[in-house]
Design a protein around this ligand. Structure first.
Ligand code: NAP
Length: 242
């Protein structure tokens, strides 16, 4: 793992799963962290770790979190919009509008508000940074039962590409499909019925043959993409499996 002693990293959705895994990998490599989620952060608050409870759907709360992070550490070198949801799963014809709305608000608006908050702080301070939005293979491949999730992740890819054009002088932007990772979201996928999610068997099989990445290892790969010159890519949309 590369040395991150002089780095400051903000991560949304850091109470568990991939977000908490990135945070553990970054802390072990020496970084200072700003973490947010609705539930308690996966790491204890400390001199090196700022934690905040918020909902990414709240644009004002995101602005406040970004300001706090920059004021505490002086800069944020890397901002990761990781918070995301999968539910509701099932054919669109059976989905309730409110749950679909909540998914789109979390996965699309939450990422947009995170990007906006970070970009505004960079502009105010005339600083540069790296922005990683966590996408999914489902951005490029449709699955029955995942209409909202697929649509939301495709939106994250296009949003990221538009920002990369708008803010080329200020940020390097990537929208990253992080691979299949052993988190609560994957456990929830394996619990679905074939009626809700016809491809469920494929995900059960991936777990049975030990093909899932551990969150910390997946997190370390994302940190290398951001900071290791040898791992740097000119592409905005990246699938770590490629
Ligand atoms: N696991 C995989 O195989 C996989 C594959 C491809 C992409 N991804 C993507 O990776 C990201 C992380 O997924 P995961 O597997 O780690 O899922 P997870 O275990 O369900 O964790 C999701 C995280 O997002 C936070 N979150 C959800 N809604 C939020 C909201 N409205 N406001 C603030 N925080 C919110 C959760 O915290 P609170 O509930 O405490 O708020 C939690 O920390 C997601 O964007 C997901 O789509 C995962």
């Amino acid at each position: 793992m590369i040395d991150l002693h002089d780095r400051v990293i903000a991560i949304t959705g850091a109470s568990r799963g991939l977000g908490a895994g990135i945070a553990r990998a970054a802390l072990a490599a020496g970084a200072q962290l700003a973490l947010c989620s609705r539930g308690r952060a996966g790491l204890e608050a400390s001199e090196r770790v700022l934690t905040e409870r918020l909902d990414v759907r709240d644009a004002d709360a995101m602005r406040h979190f970004a300001r706090e992070a920059f004021e505490r550490f002086g800069r944020v070198d890397l901002w990761i919009n990781n918070a995301g949801a999968l539910e509701p799963v099932g054919p669109l014809i059976d989905i309730e509008p409110e749950s679909f709305r909540a998914l789109i608000e979390t996965n699309v608006l939450g990422v947009a508000w995170g990007c906006r908050a970070y970009l505004r702080e960079l502009r105010e301070r005339d600083q540069r940074g790296v922005l990683l939005n966590i996408s999914s293979g489902a951005a490029r491949k449709a699955y029955r039962g995942w209409s909202g999730y697929c649509a939301s992740k495709a939106a994250v890819d296009r949003l990221s590409e538009a920002i990369a054009l708008e803010e080329a002088e200020r940020v390097r932007v990537h929208s990253v499909a992080p691979g299949v990772i052993a988190t609560a979201m994957q456990a929830a996928i394996r619990e679905k019925s074939p009626r809700e999610f016809p491809d469920v068997g494929r995900f059960i099989e991936l777990e049975q043959r030990g093909a899932l990445l551990e969150p910390e290892a997946a997190g370390a790969a994302l940190l290398e993409l951001a900071f290791d010159p040898d791992k740097r890519s000119d592409e905005v949309c990246i699938d770590v499996r490629d």
